[in-house]
Design a protein around this ligand. Structure first.
Ligand code: AHR
Length: 527
C-alpha cells in the first residue's frame, strides 16, 4: 500500500480537521443559553402610594367559605372564638388583610340583613339560589361578620342589596351598623348586644348589576346607584367610601356610562375579571391541578389581560376624573377552574397550585404599576372558594400557594411605588409568547426598598441584571416561592409542600443587583 505524500498543504488541512473535530466533541448539544432581563429601578423618582386595600379579600356566603371555612358555631368541637374558627383567624392575621368584602358577590343582591340579626335560633332561613340552592340559616350575620373582622384585624367592606332589596333596607342597614344616635336602628343594634356602632369604611351599592345583581343596563344602574347612594348616610364618626358596581371585564361602555352619569356621587368604581385557562369557555374551564404546559401558558396569558383592562378602564376614568379622585376597585379577581371532582358544582371549590401563586404575583405587580388609579382589589375568595387563601375540611386546614404570595407581598402595602423599567425576554410555547419576567418595586415607611419579581417560564431560569438608580443599597435579602412541579400544591397531608424559603440568588456589586431568577418562581427582595 502506498503511503500518501504529506505536503505542507495537506498537513495544514489535517490539522484543521482535527481542531474542528475537537471543538465538536467539546461542545454540548444545542441548548440556547437563557437570555437575560435588564431592569432599572428608579428609586429617585417615586410614584404613587400603593393603597393597602389592593390586598383586600372577599368572603361570600358561597359553598364552604363562610360556613365551615370561617364559621363553625360556638358549640363546634373545632376550636373557635364565639363560633369563628381559631386556626383560620390565626392564619389570616399574618396577612394584615386591609379589608374583607362581604356578604357577596351574587349573594349580596338576595341578602336581607334583618334576617341575620337577633337570636340565632330565631333567624329566618332562606335559599341561597345562586350557590348550590342550599338553605342559608343566617347564623352568620352582621354581628358575626363584624366580630370576624375584629378577630383578624381588618376593616369591613359591606356590599348592599340593590337587586332584590329596597332603598329603605339599605339605608337602615347603614344606620344599624354606624349610627350612635338614639334612633330605631341603632337601638335595635343595642338590643342585639352591641352598644357602640362599628366603623364601616367601605360600602358597595350592589354587585354585578349587569348580571346576577339585576340584569340592568348601565344607564338604569347609574340612576339606581345615585338613588340608593343618596340615602346611605355618613353618621357622625363614620364616613362611607361609596363603591359603584362596575364592569364585567371587557365592558368599557359600562365604565363610560357610570363615569358620565354618576362619577360625582361615587368614591370608587369596581371592576371584575377572572382568569380562566379556557379564556371565555365557562362550560369547560380546565382543571385546577391536572394541567399541561399549554394550560399554564394560557392561564398566565389570560391573567396578563388585566393589564389591558386596567389601562383601558383607567383611560375612560381619566376623561371624567383627571384628578383621579375615583378609585378603580378590582373587587373580584383570581382564577376560576372546574370544581374539584366530586364536589358540589355550586360551591366553586378548587385546589390551588404554584400556577395560582404566579397569577397572584402577576396581578399584584400590575396593581402596583397602576397604583395611581387602582385603589383597592379583593381576591375571590378567602376560604374554600375559587383562588383561595385557605382550604379547610372539618377540623383540618392548610394555607395555599396564593396565601404565601399575599404574605410575601404584604411589604408593599401602603409603600410608595417605585418605577421599574424592565426589558425581558419572552417565555414562549408554540406560537404563544408572554414576558418571562414581571416586576414591581416600592419603598416602605422605614426606607426599605422591596423588589418583587415573577418568572412565568416553567422551564428556564432568567438572570435579571438591575441598575439601582437613586438608591445606595448595602445589602440584599429575599425569599422565594417555587416548586419542582407546575402543579405543586399544599394538601392536608402535606401542608408545607409549597412555602417560601430564603433566597440566595441575588448579589449586589455597587449599583448593580444581579438576580438569578429560577423557573416558575416568585421572589421578593429587600434592599
Ligand atoms: O366570586 C364568585 C361570583 O363571581 C360572585 O358571587 C359574583 O359577583 C361573580 O360573578
Amino acid at each position: 500500500m502506498k503511503t500518501p505524500h504529506l505536503t505542507p498543504w495537506r498537513l495544514a488541512g489535517l490539522l484543521a480537521a482535527a481542531v474542528a473535530l475537537l471543538l465538536v466533541a467539546c461542545t454540548k448539544p444545542a441548548q440556547p443559553a437563557p437570555a437575560g432581563a435588564t431592569l432599572v429601578l428608579k428609586a429617585g423618582s417615586p410614584g404613587p402610594v400603593i393603597n393597602p386595600n389592593i390586598y383586600g379579600q372577599f368572603a361570600e356566603h358561597l359553598g364552604h367559605c363562610i360556613y365551615g371555612g370561617v364559621w363553625v358555631g360556638p358549640d363546634s368541637p373545632i376550636p373557635n372564638t364565639r363560633g369563628i374558627r381559631n386556626d383560620v383567624v390565626a392564619a389570616l392575621r399574618e396577612l394584615h388583610v386591609p379589608n374583607v368584602r362581604w356578604p357577596g358577590g351574587c349573594f349580596a343582591d338576595e341578602y336581607h340583613w334583618k334576617n341575620g340579626i337577633g337570636p340565632r335560633e330565631q333567624r329566618p332561613k332562606m335559599i341561597n339560589t345562586h350557590w348550590g340552592g342550599v338553605v342559608e340559616d343566617n347564623s352568620f350575620g352582621t354581628h358575626e361578620f363584624m366580630d370576624f373582622c375584629e378577630q383578624i384585624g381588618t376593616q369591613p367592606y359591606v356590599c348592599g342589596n340593590v337587586g332584590s332589596g329596597t332603598v329603605q333596607e339599605m339605608m337602615e342597614w347603614v344606620e344599624y351598623m354606624t349610627s350612635d344616635a338614639d334612633s330605631p336602628m341603632a337601638n335595635l343594634r343595642r338590643k342585639n348586644g352591641h352598644d357602640k356602632p362599628w366603623k364601616v369604611p367601605y360600602f358597595a351599592v350592589g354587585n354585578e348589576s349587569w348580571g346576577c345583581g339585576g340584569s340592568m343596563r348601565p344607564e338604569y344602574y347609574a340612576d339606581e346607584f345615585r338613588r340608593y347612594n343618596t340615602f346611605i348616610k355618613n353618621y357622625p364618626g363614620n364616613r362611607l367610601y361609596r363603591v359603584a358596581g362596575g364592569s364585567n371585564g371587557n365592558d368599557l361602555n359600562w365604565t363610560e356610562v357610570l363615569m358620565a352619569v354618576a362619577a360625582k356621587q361615587m368614591n370608587g368604581l369596581s371592576l371584575h375579571y377572572y382568569t380562566l385557562p379556557s379564556g371565555n369557555n365557562w362550560q369547560k374551564k380546565g382543571s385546577a391541578t391536572e394541567f399541561d404546559e399549554a394550560a399554564w401558558m394560557a392561564t398566565l396569558r389570560n391573567t396578563l389581560h388585566m393589564e389591558e383592562l386596567l389601562t383601558k378602564h383607567s383611560a375612560i376614568m381619566d376623561k371624567y376624573d383627571p384628578q383621579k379622585r375615583v378609585g378603580l376597585i378590582v373587587d373580584e379577581w383570581g382564577t376560576w377552574y372546574d370544581v374539584e371532582p366530586g364536589t358540589n358544582p355550586g360551591f366553586l371549590y378548587q385546589q390551588n397550585t404554584l400556577r395560582d401563586a404566579i397569577v397572584a404575583g402577576l396581578n399584584f405587580n400590575l396593581f402596583h404599576q397602576h397604583a395611581d388609579r387602582v385603589a383597592g382589589a379583593n381576591i375571590a375568595q378567602m376560604v374554600n372558594v375559587l383562588q383561595t387563601m385557605i382550604l379547610t375540611d372539618g377540623p383540618k386546614m392548610t394555607v395555599t400557594p396564593t396565601y404565601w404570595v399575599f404574605e410575601m407581598y404584604q411589604v408593599h402595602q401602603g409603600a410608595t411605588s417605585l418605577p421599574v423599567e424592565l426589558t425581558t425576554p419572552d417565555y414562549k410555547l408554540g406560537d404563544q409568547a408572554i414576558p418571562a419576567v414581571s416586576a414591581s418595586a416600592s419603598r416602605d415607611a422605614a426606607g426599605k426598598v422591596h423588589l418583587s419579581l415573577v418568572n412565568t417560564d416553567p422551564q428556564q431560569p432568567v438572570t435579571v441584571t438591575c441598575t439601582l438608580e437613586g438608591l445606595a443599597a448595602k445589602a440584599v435579602t429575599g425569599r422565594i416561592l417555587t416548586a419542582a412541579e407546575m402543579n405543586a400544591r399544599n394538601t392536608f397531608e402535606a401542608p408545607n409542600a409549597v412555602k417560601p424559603v430564603p433566597f440566595t440568588g441575588a448579589s449586589l456589586a455597587g449599583a448593580t443587583l444581579t438576580v438569578a431568577l429560577p423557573a416558575k418562581s416568585v421572589v421578593v427582595l429587600e434592599l
